[in-house]
Design a protein around this ligand. Structure first.
Ligand SMILES: NC(=O)c1ccc[n+]([C@@H]2O[C@H](COP(=O)([O-])OP(=O)(O)OC[C@H]3O[C@@H](n4cnc5c(N)ncnc54)[C@H](OP(=O)(O)O)[C@@H]3O)[C@@H](O)[C@H]2O)c1
Length: 457
């Protein structure tokens, strides 16, 4: 363990950050997210040596399973979805700390069995009473699980150990419900015990926004309203809603991804330089931005956000588009094919950064056209990026809250979205669009009215 080695300086960020004695309880362990992301991420962390030797994983679900059945489910999920290669010795170590508790969320006996299981693991695995409870459950069940944790003493840290709650998205469906949920959560857990998941913040490319902006002298001086014309944030998917039609009908795309992922990207793109990267300083700057967002367009530099299914391509990117240079020394014909300069942060799938600028076309006349310079993670670094959930689960175990939105951020984001949802309720949502295109014509019209156009990534 890093903290027990006197030769290791915990402030040295080059050293691996290894979690201390601890365990993770996953509620909703049979669900899609747990199978595809959470259980594989736990294995990947173990495989990278970032979990303590006695790390324990407790699954809570209503299936009538024995421990062995649960271990088999985790095994299958890991084999199918983990990022790093399967190693039998890592698996054998991990399985020592695996337990299963059967029950529904309103079942008091099941929560007592969970308490007993945690006490048993403390003795058998040396988890020290330190447990994170991951609520990978339908959002309507967040309150009951939180209340059961309180009722059965599972949120209690009085013994010097820590207890943390990890809450999936969406956090509420409007400002009022988010406030109500925050009230329920904070009746049980202190603000430093609550980790709200926005998995976009666990992505390397999203954290790279901070590196790009604040570790380089060439970008930040022009990253302001004097030079930036507008910002486009796109989260496009080429797939449809698959079997999740019920979920989308109930929630809609804006609540699903704009309130959280896209507004977090907006905050990271627009915020001032924080005093440090600790959780308080980061949250303070993001909160200022979210509190300053105004609709529709009296907020200085416009930020255009778009998302949808069955669009032309799967791509998430932030394009910072610059004002055009005066071009005075050039004939108009020389620059007629020149677009605006742009810095494009490619969040997924081909992670990296593109800088677009004008260059002279080879030849005898002065003609300028757009060219681009690319940085690709895959080409510049040998190590592959960890999955977002690996980073976030490790941060929870370390108690590192930088990458988790705070109460105020969540509530301010709903404050931005609520009037839009109300408008759509009263006037209808944007028109439909043919699959494989870049969305409804109204989206193009909106930018055209401002004398701009969407990028075609
Ligand atoms: N799936 C994703 O890619 C994704 C992405 C982002 C966020 N999320 C969020 O993550 C959470 C989980 O999503 P999911 O897609 O994994 O959902 P899911 O596939 O529907 O799984 C829900 C889980 O909760 C359990 N559950 C439901 N009601 C229960 C009850 N009364 N008592 C005990 N267990 C109960 C289910 O158990 P049974 O198997 O017994 O029904 C299942 O394990 C949600 O908050 C969702 O919004 C999911």
């Amino acid at each position: 363990m890093s903290s027990s080695n006197p030769l290791r300086d915990p402030a040295d960020r080059r050293l691996p950050r290894i979690a201390g004695p601890s365990g993770l309880v996953i509620f909703g362990v049979t669900g899609d997210l747990s199978r595809k992301k959470l259980m594989p991420a736990v294995y990947d962390l173990a495989n990278r040596g970032l979990l303590p030797p006695g790390f324990s994983l407790v699954g809570f679900a209503r299936r009538d399973w024995e421990h062995e059945d649960f271990a088999q489910v985790v095994h299958n999920a890991v084999k199918e979805h983990s990022r790093t290669p399967f190693r039998e010795e890592v698996w054998q170590q991990l399985i020592q700390g695996m337990r299963f508790v059967q029950g529904t969320f309103d079942d008091d006996d099941a929560f007592e069995r969970l308490r007993g299981t945690i006490e048993e693991l403390d003795k058998a695995q040396g988890t020290g009473g330190n447990f994170a409870f991951y609520l990978s459950v339908p959002p309507k069940s967040f309150p009951v699980v939180i209340q059961q944790l309180k009722k059965h003493g599972l949120a209690d840290q009085s013994s010097g150990s820590w207890r943390r709650a990890v809450i999936e998205k969406p956090f509420g469906h409007d400002l009022r419900s988010a406030e109500e949920l925050n009230a329920i959560v904070h009746e049980v857990f202190g603000s430093d015990q609550v980790f709200r998941i926005d998995h976009y913040l666990g992505k390397e490319t999203v954290q790279n926004i901070l590196a790009l902006r604040f570790a380089n002298t060439m970008f930040e001086p022009i990253w302001n309203r004097s030079y930036v014309d507008h910002v486009q944030i796109t989260m496009a998917e080429d797939i449809g809603i698959g079997g999740r039609a019920g979920y989308y009908d109930g929630i809609g795309a804006a609540r699903d991804v704009i309130q959280n992922h896209l507004l977090q990207l907006l905050a990271l793109t627009a915020m001032e330089e924080p005093a440090s990267f600790d959780a308080d300083a980061l949250a303070a700057e993001k909160t200022k931005v979210l509190g300053a967002v105004r609709l529709p367009r009296d907020a200085g530099v416009p930020f255009y956000l778009r998302t949808g299914k069955r669009l032309g391509r799967r791509v998430t990117e932030i394009a910072v588009v610059f004002q055009r240079a005066p071009h005075s020394p050039f004939d108009t014909t020389a620059t007629e094919e020149l677009g605006s300069n742009a810095i494009v942060i490619r969040v997924q799938p081909d992670e990296g950064v593109t800088v677009r600028f004008g260059s002279k076309v080879p030849g005898t006349s002065m003609e300028i056209r757009d060219v681009s310079m690319d940085f690709a993670y895959g080409e510049s670094f040998t190590e592959s990026s960890p999955e977002a959930y690996e980073r976030l689960i490790l941060d929870v175990l370390l108690g590192d809250a930088n990458l988790f939105p705070r109460t105020e951020e969540v509530e301010l984001s709903w404050k931005i979205l609520d009037p839009i949802e109300r408008y759509w309720d009263e006037h209808g949502t944007p028109a439909q669009y043919p699959a494989g295109t870049w969305g409804p014509v109204e989206a193009d019209d909106m930018l055209e009215r401002d004398g701009r156009s969407w990028r075609r990534p």
